[in-house]
Design a protein around this ligand. Structure first.
Ligand code: AHM
Ligand code: MG
Length: 337
């Protein structure tokens, strides 16, 4: 058993080979988690193909239906949801799935051991304008024994229980970045070979950064602590960079150093982003890369979820930047304005 060791893998190693060679690091090294990761990677290739063809075959744009949050679902959201769920069902390793596009828990294979939380296509308002979008996923091991029906307790687990998490960025190139709790590795897709290859081994986020990513258009409805944080970023003359596509903003900040913030606003009193299939996954990745993720006053991964679609305020990125935001939340009301 290669406990806690990060197996040296050279750049260019194919994802399948990488997953296989790291299987022994998992606590339950039976191959099921490896298979789940492969299922997600395979469906992301299908989704990638559909995204690349979207402009050509009129897939982009609204499908006219609404999801549970009342968002206007895009056709590609619906398609991506179908692709991932079909692959996870067929793969047989998921006992339950929760998705941004599904109102309730999908019970899949009661004999399986893993719960998957997924946002099949995040940032979908960017599809029509050819801007990067992403898939975000979290994997948990169920608490009840396999063979029994999945319970709410199996699904509503805090982020610290994740066994794997990651994202796919459909950008100028497509990348899959994931962690199983032993560091973070990034793979770039080669469409001519139909395979992901290791391009970013053992990713580390800079301890401090010069980029802040927040929708400043909502400034007037920020809390005093968040307003103070934005003021501090302006005073320090940091660069404001906001794509409005979480995976893309997060990925840039992971590589360059920075912070992404989606705080509470008047329109969204709990923030906009969902704990279970957006925040926890990226929190696991960022912590494994040496960064932090917080609500401003609590570590994201320690929140006990009460609802599969629960929203939380979100501060994520370079350790020092998140700590500065947290420090402003600790100041007595009135002193930060
Ligand atoms: P979605 O899950 O409906 O796609 O919304 C999440 C997206 C994030 O990718 C992005 O960072 C954020 O919403 C942008 O929201 P806003 O336009 O309010 O700044
Ligand atoms: Mg989303």
């Amino acid at each position: 058993m290669m406990e806690n060791s990060r197996i040296a893998m050279s750049i260019g190693t194919a994802l399948d080979r990488f997953i296989k060679s790291h299987q022994e690091q998992f606590k339950y090294a039976t191959g099921e988690l490896s298979q789940l990761l492969r299922d997600i990677a395979l469906s992301s290739k299908v989704v990638n193909r559909e995204i690349n063809r979207a402009g050509l075959i009129d897939l982009a744009g609204s499908s006219g239906s609404m999801n549970q949050a009342g968002d206007n679902q895009q056709k590609l959201d619906v398609l991506a949801n179908i692709r991932f769920i079909r692959a996870l069902k067929k793969g047989g390793e998921a006992c339950a799935i929760i998705s941004e596009e599904e109102d309730s828990i999908l019970e899949v294979n009661k004999d399986a051991n893993y719960v998957v939380a997924i946002d099949p296509l995040d940032g979908s308002s960017n599809i029509d304008v050819n801007v990067s979008i992403g898939t975000i996923f979290s994997i948990y091991r169920r608490i009840t024994p396999a063979g029994e029906p999945t319970t709410e307790a199996d699904v509503l687990q805090p982020g610290i229980n994740q066994v794997a998490a990651g994202y796919v960025l459909y950008g100028s190139s497509t990348m899959l970045v994931y962690t199983t709790g032993k560091g973070v590795n990034g793979f770039t897709y080669d469409p001519s070979l139909g395979e992901y290859f290791l391009s970013h081994p053992n990713m580390q986020i800079p301890e401090d950064g010069k980029i802040y990513s927040i929708n400043e258009g909502s400034y007037n409805s920020f809390t005093p602590a968040v307003k103070a944080f934005v003021e501090q970023c302006r005073e320090r003359q940091l660069s404001g960079r906001y794509i409005g596509s979480l995976v893309a903003d997060f990925h840039r900040n992971l590589l360059k150093g920075g912070i992404y913030v989606y705080p509470t606003t008047e329109k969204s009193p709990n923030g906009k982003l969902r704990l279970m299939y957006e925040c926890n996954a990226l929190a696991f990745v960022v912590e494994q890369a040496g960064g932090k993720a917080s609500t401003g006053s609590q570590r994201i991964m320690e929140i006990q979820p009460t609802d599969i679609h629960q929203k939380v305020p979100f501060f994520i990125g370079s350790k020092k930047m998140v700590e500065r935001a947290e420090a402003l939340h600790k100041q007595p009301a009135g002193s930060t304005a």
